[in-house]
Design a protein around this ligand. Structure first.
Ligand code: ATP
Length: 142
């Protein structure tokens, strides 16, 4: 039996709070923990964990950007399911809040590098990554 390549992908982005995206799309690029990966219709199935980063999906010529944080992705030939702790669209992001979070995280990391042992390095780095991702997604506008 010939294997038919599906024409589109159903993208579902789910957080513990809500179903953020459920759309037919042409392409998805997501921040896997081993690096970004791209999915086109017909991709071989796999499962991977995600890190903090930008998820991009394309519908025709239109690209949309989301900030996602931790979770996992399940890829099938006709479907991509993203289960993330946090996922935000550009228009939901408060850029001033993200900018303040970036400054706080950078200040903590600088104190850590000067030997301040009260600073939790991994936590500060996570906060910085989230803030930078939000700023980048917010700057894309949508
Ligand atoms: P902050 O220090 O500003 O709280 P954070 O990175 O510690 O940032 P998170 O723990 O990642 O915040 O998120 C907590 C909740 O706040 C989530 O629901 C997240 O969507 C929301 N949130 C955090 N930062 C922003 C932002 N800049 N704009 C909109 N929502 C945000």
């Amino acid at each position: 039996m010939a294997f038919e390549i599906p024409r589109r992908l159903l993208l579902e982005v789910v957080t513990p709070q809500k179903l953020l995206v459920s759309e037919e799309v042409d392409e998805v690029v997501a921040p896997g923990s081993e690096g970004f990966f791209g999915v086109l219709p017909g991709h071989l199935p796999f499962i991977t964990t995600l890190k903090i980063g930008e998820l991009i999906y394309r519908k025709g010529r239109e690209e949309r950007h989301l900030a996602v944080s931790w979770g996992y992705a399940e890829v099938r030939p006709d479907k991509v399911i993203i289960l993330a702790d946090i996922a935000e669209r550009a228009e939901e992001i408060d850029a001033q809040r993200a900018e303040a979070a970036r400054r706080r995280a950078e200040e903590r990391l600088s104190r850590w590098s000067r030997g301040d042992e009260t600073i939790d390095f991994a936590r500060s780095q996570g906060a910085l990554q989230r803030a930078l991702t939000r700023l980048s997604v917010a700057s894309k506008g949508r």
